[in-house]
Design a protein around this ligand. Structure first.
Ligand SMILES: NC(=O)c1ccc[n+]([C@@H]2O[C@H](COP(=O)([O-])OP(=O)(O)OC[C@H]3O[C@@H](n4cnc5c(N)ncnc54)[C@H](OP(=O)(O)O)[C@@H]3O)[C@@H](O)[C@H]2O)c1
Length: 335
């Protein structure tokens, strides 16, 4: 006889056109049957919502996608609730691609450990997780930010931007946030310690940059694409470094970033690198060894925006894709 475990899940109802809307998603029970031998049953504690999921539900994210009728994919922190594997015992907290649902059965090789020292598991999805690793890869490994740099960071208070700012400050650089709205401007300067802040909607970006960085921008962490990319690139100092990392404006399908003319990179003697965080997965332990103790000592700000319950995920994701989030978006699914 098969035991059914109720399992609420968020399903893709239809592929969004342009900006996603809550009715592109639906909540339904997808009960789990008996756990197969060798598999580990996981209960989702926290679900990470990330802009790349917009390409996943469009069916075109780096070779994989989700089809209508499927549970939405996504990274989670989960607790093991059934297991016969001594390396992955019941009660252990892990990271896995559990998706937007309460429970999943995973093969052991699909599980990643969560540092035991973490007091809050959501940190493994924010500053100490994929967004934090992305910021470290971009600012420390690729741009090699150092004292004296003038660094511009758009999407400044989100998962990647928040950690990038703190890494740059620790390196002795001056930081300029690009964000939107008074609350995010406040978070940028008062909570995350940016030296300057520009509002991408209210301010004239080119004019504000000339005023704030009269000697030019030495590092630009591009998390958004055009038109911000082209405007900032025009104000690079000679030898400027640009890390291309995200195209938020393009993800909703109504915009295509063209980027600056290559002649600009030539005249600025710029170094332009592309960043895919998956390439840095092998260095995650090095990253964690340095930054878990700092986070636990209260020396890093996580700036998480936590939503309660799986049913909140579609609205929270739609807001994220409209730039209405005020931090790294995480959904608390279970305790
Ligand atoms: N290459 C990689 O491996 C990699 C890994 C992780 C993340 N990323 C990319 O890095 C970027 C930041 O990721 P995140 O998780 O930290 O996201 P996030 O900053 O929490 O959210 C996206 C932010 O983009 C900003 N934005 C700027 N222009 C926008 C527009 N036209 N419409 C909507 N939002 C706009 C908004 O912030 P403001 O209102 O403050 O401007 C919004 O809150 C994303 O593009 C993501 O895909 C890339």
């Amino acid at each position: 006889m098969t035991n059914h475990l109720d399992n609420m899940a968020v399903i893709l109802a239809k592929r969004p056109e342009g900006l996603p809307n809550p009715d592109d998603f639906k909540l339904e029970n997808r009960p789990l049957g008996d756990r197969l031998s060798g598999q580990v049953r996981c209960q989702t504690l926290y679900l990470s919502l990330d802009p790349y999921m917009r390409s996943v539900i469009a069916g075109n994210h780096m070779g994989h996608g989700v089809d209508p009728g499927d549970v939405i994919a996504g990274e989670v922190v989960a607790r093991i609730v059934e297991s016969d594997d001594a390396d992955w015992p019941v009660g252990k907290v892990v990271r896995c691609q559990g998706g937007w649902q309460q429970f999943t059965d995973q093969p052991p090789e699909a599980l990643s450990r969560v540092p035991a020292a973490l007091s809050r598991p959501s940190l493994a999805l924010s500053i100490l997780g994929m967004p934090g690793l992305t910021a470290w890869a971009g600012m420390v490994q690729q741009a090699k930010v150092r004292e004296g740099d003038m660094v511009v960071i758009p999407a400044a208070v989100g998962g990647v931007g928040a950690m990038a700012a703190q890494l740059c400050k620790r390196a002795g650089a001056t930081t300029i946030a690009i964000t939107s709205g008074s609350e995010k401007r406040r978070i940028a300067t008062e909570t995350l310690g940016y030296d300057h802040c520009i509002d991408r909607i209210e301010d004239d970006l080119a004019e504000a940059l000339t005023r704030t960085a009269p000697n030019g921008v030495s590092v630009y962490f591009d998390l958004v694409g055009d038109p911000t990319l082209t405007t900032v690139a025009q104000q690079l100092s000679i030898g400027g470094r640009v890390v291309l990392c995200g195209l938020i404006k393009d993800y909703n399908g109504d915009h295509k970033t063209a980027g600056p003319h290559p002649g600009l990179w030539i005249t600025k003697r710029a170094t332009v690198t592309g960043l895919v965080v998956y390439d840095y997965e092998s260095q995650r332990q090095v990253f964690e060894e340095e930054f878990v103790p700092l986070a636990e000592a209260g020396e890093l700000v996580a700036n998480e925006e936590i939503h309660d319950g799986l049913a909140a995920a579609p609205d929270a994701f739609c807001d994220l894709m409209r730039g209405r989030n005020h931090g790294k978006v995480v959904v608390r699914v279970g305790e």
